[in-house]
Design a protein around this ligand. Sequence first.
Ligand code: PHE
Length: 345
Amino acid sequence: MAAEIFDRLQQILDEIKTASPRNAAEVEQFRIKYLGSKNILKPLMGGIREVANEQKREFGQLINTLKKTAEEKFQSLKTAAEQAAEQADAQQIDLTAPGHPRPLGSRHPISIIMKQIVDIFARIGFTVAEDREIEDDWHNFTAMNTPEDHPARDMQDTFYLKDSTHLLLRTHTSSVQSRVMKNTTPPIRIIAPGRVYRNETISARAHCQFHQVEGLYVDENVSFADMKQTLLYFAQEMYGPDTKIRLRPSYFPFTEPSAEMDVSCFICRGDGCNVCKYTTWVEILGCGMVDPQVLENCGIDSERYSGFAFGMGIERQAMLRYRINDIRLLFENDVRFLRQFTSAL
Ligand code: PHE
C-alpha cells in the first residue's frame, strides 16, 4: 500500500517536471492543480498513516520536494509567460503613432530643363527617340557628312573606346538623327534628349560630359520657314510669350544652310545684363536644313524629302536660368546644391 503511494507521488513529480503549459491560462491551471487550495497532493497527505515509521521521513521529504518543484516550475512559467506577453505587446503596431517623414527628392536642374524642352515639342507632335551613348563613328560622323579626313572632325575632340578605331562616346545627339532616319520612312518628327561626351579639359565653363536635346523633322516640303516657326514656338513656350529669336548664319557639316539661334535675353528682357553680356541676346541652339547628302546616307530620297534639325546644350540653359556659375556643380550631386531645386517643377 505504502509503495503505491510512493509510486503515485513519484508519478506526480514527473508530471510536474514535464508539464509544458503553452499560455497564461494553462499556467493558471498548473497552479491550481499543484499549488491551489484543493491541489492534487492534499488527498494524498493522509497516506502518511499507511507509511511505516522508518519511511515517514522519506514521505515528508518527497512531499516537500513535490511542493518545491511545483512552486519553482510555476514561478519560471509565470515569468516566461509575462515576458512573452510583453514581447507580443511590443510587436504590435501602433497605428496612431506619427510616421517617420522621408525627405522628398527633387529633380536635377538638367532633368528639369530637358523635361520642359521635351514636353514643349511633344505638344506639337514630336516623339522622344533615345539611342546609345557608345556609338560607332559612322552614325556619329560619317553619316552626318563628316568623313574621316573632314576638318570638322577636329571641331570635336572625341573619346574613342580603348582598342577600337570605330567605337566612341557620341559627341552629339545628332547621332540619333542617323539612327532614326536609317530605320524610319518619313514623316519623321523626333526629339532626342541625351548625354554626350567630348574630350575637354574640365573647368567651370566646360565638362567632358554634358547633355543635349536634338530635334529632327523630315517630310515632303519641309522648309526653312517651318523650322523658324517651330523654333519660335519653342522659344516662346520656354522663355515666355514675348521672347524674340534671331538666326545667325553658321556652319555644321550635316545642315545646309545652317544657323545659330539666339533668344532675347530672358534675364534682363532687353535692358542689358551680364548674362547676355549687354547684347540682349543669348545663344541657345544650332540648327539648319538637313543636308541632302545626310538624307541619302541614311537611305532617304532627298529629291522627295527635306527636313530640318536642331541641337541644343542643356547645361548652358540650366546655368543661365539658375545662375549657376560652375558647370561642375551639375555633376557632383552635392545634396546642398540639389536641394535648392525642390520647388522647381
Ligand atoms: N550637333 C550640333 C552640335 O553638337 C548641333 C546641331 C544639331 C546643329 C542639329 C545643327 C543641327 O553642336
